[in-house]
Design a protein around this ligand. Structure first.
Ligand code: 5GP
Ligand code: SF4
Ligand code: MG
Length: 465
């Protein structure tokens, strides 16, 4: 999911939230929502199924007055794909209503819900995100202020959560103690000396760029930032924060123009392409990518191998990301709509095709057939991540383990099933070394099964074979 927050006293901010969400559309396409806060404890909310541009128009944005906005784009990991589960989630407390946008996935939702059910008899939705909102309200109702109430609630949550929270008194941003999902802090430039600083929270820096906000820094794992008219306050609430950023954010999920670790992810993805060529080059005539996600790695592969990069597949950009649509049937229909081969480029060629990942293997098989139909004489697939063998419990919808092709099949068997002449994946070491960061600071559990946040047995059983 994508989360966004903007705090700008005295100014309307719904349009800024709209553009921020527009830039975070790739993080979720099922539903979108914005909640705004007006002086005098008035809150407005609009959310619906669909893309940001389908959910909002000028009239709808005009109906969202206020100086603080919280926005969300969703793809479901817990809770079904229905409008009641769209975010932001609201919860009422003695200090007023809060609006919460969540990216990630809790692993103790059922325990938390059971605790909350004792005091809140009517759950509206089925999501872990609403449970967090209710937990904060419950803690506030016990006599805590917003910050203390939020911290108490966060300590009851296990799993991945990057949050933007609006309250009548200020805005909160936080990340779980492992910082599995990203969240960045930015500011809008002051237009005059006496204008207070206006703060922005966004899942990725591309959400700052689009509204002209300057990147200040990442919200740290286990940190809470409290943004009010008096400025920003930072509180480290986690006792032992341990960095475990999702490596899949780096490889695939986040936009290539977003900055992580002081460089755009485009640069990281070029490097893993180069590394992939070092590990698994093969004699061929052209290197092509599965657009768009495979492009930077394919260019890197071409640079290191010396084999020319070409465009072999043209993508219809108006079809959403195939993987994110909830049903397999929809996914398959989506894939057929999406890619068209360039026969003039492919005919008679030995082709290396680079993609970022193979999850279920359904996309890959179709693509290979498409290339052969267009006249490719050899198809060598190279993947800029290791085999996905384990499901994600922290907010990326990689499905249950039995649907992951690499969980049950060897690389040779996968090659046979997707009908390629050869198949190679990037090594796990290569993927982590290319980050140029401490490899310990990443979650890579979907490649290893080594889950950094303990997963309760019942949940494990639901997704593991
Ligand atoms: P599959 O092998 O499952 O048929 O498809 C893999 C393709 O799905 C890759 O091209 C990858 O870019 C794309 N994809 C879209 N969303 C996701 C996601 O959330 N995780 C992964 N691993 N791949 C995704
Ligand atoms: Fe990311 Fe994989 Fe870890 Fe999930 S299991 S957080 S997708 S690295
Ligand atoms: Mg892709």
């Amino acid at each position: 999911c994508g989360v966004f927050g903007v705090f700008a006293p005295g100014e309307p901010v719904a349009n800024l939230a709209y553009f921020g969400l527009f830039a975070l559309q790739h993080r979720g396409q099922e539903s979108a929502g914005i909640a705004t806060f007006e002086e005098g404890d008035v809150i407005h909310l609009h959310k619906d199924m669909g893309l940001v541009s389908q959910v909002f128009n000028e009239t709808k944005l005009k109906d969202l007055p206020g100086y603080l906005a919280i926005g969300h784009t969703r793809y479901s990991t817990t809770g079904s794909s229905r409008v009641v589960n769209a975010q932001p989630a609201l919860a009422k407390s003695r200090l007023g209503t809060l609006a919460l946008a969540h990216n990630g996935n809790l692993v103790n939702t059922s325990e938390l819900r059971a605790e909350l059910a004792e005091t809140n008899h009517d759950f509206i939705t089925t999501t872990d995100s609403e449970a967090i909102a209710l937990a904060i309200a419950e803690e506030v109702n016990r006599g805590n202020d917003w910050v203390k109430g939020a911290i108490n609630a966060f300590k009851r949550c296990q799993g991945a959560f990057s949050l933007a929270i609006g309250t009548p008194d200020g805005m909160i941003g936080t990340r779980d103690p492992n910082g599995v999902r990203p969240l960045v802090l930015g500011t809008l430039a002051q237009e005059s000396h006496d204008q207070p600083l206006r703060y922005v929270l966004a899942s990725e820096t591309c959400g700052l760029d689009i509204i002209g906000a300057d990147y200040v820094r990442d919200v740290q794992p286990g940190e809470l930032v409290w943004i009010t008219e008096n400025g920003i306050e930072s509180i480290m609430w986690a006792e032992q924060p341990v960095r475990k950023l999702c490596i899949f954010e780096m490889i695939y999920f986040a936009r290539p123009d977003s900055v992580m670790h002081d460089e755009t992810l485009y640069s990281y993805r070029l490097r893993i392409g180069r590394q992939l060529a070092t590990e698994s080059n093969v004699d061929a005539d052209i290197v092509i990518a599965v657009p768009d996600s495979g492009v930077p790695a394919a260019i890197g592969f071409s640079q290191t191998s010396g084999i020319p990069y070409a465009e072999g597949l043209i993508k219809n950009r108006y079809v959403g990301r195939t993987f994110i649509q909830p049903t397999q049937g929809m996914r398959e229909a989506g894939i057929r709509m999406k890619l068209n081969p360039l026969k003039d480029v492919l005919a008679g060629k030995r082709v290396i095709i680079v993609d970022d990942s193979i999850v279920r293997g359904t996309t890959s098989r179709k693509i290979v057939r498409t290339l052969r139909d267009a006249g490719a004489i050899e198809v060598h697939m190279r993947i800029s991540s290791p085999p996905v063998t384990h499901p994600c419990f922290y907010g990326i919808d990689t499905d249950s383990q039995d649907h992951l092709i690499a969980a049950t099949k060897s690389i040779e068997e996968i090659a046979k099933q997707i009908e390629v002449d050869s198949l190679q994946y990037l090594s796990w070491e290569g993927m982590l070394t290319a980050t140029r960061e401490n490899p310990e600071e990443f979650c890579s559990a979907c490649f290893t099964g080594d889950y950094p946040i303990a997963i309760p047995e019942t949940i494990k059983r639901s997704k593991l074979m």
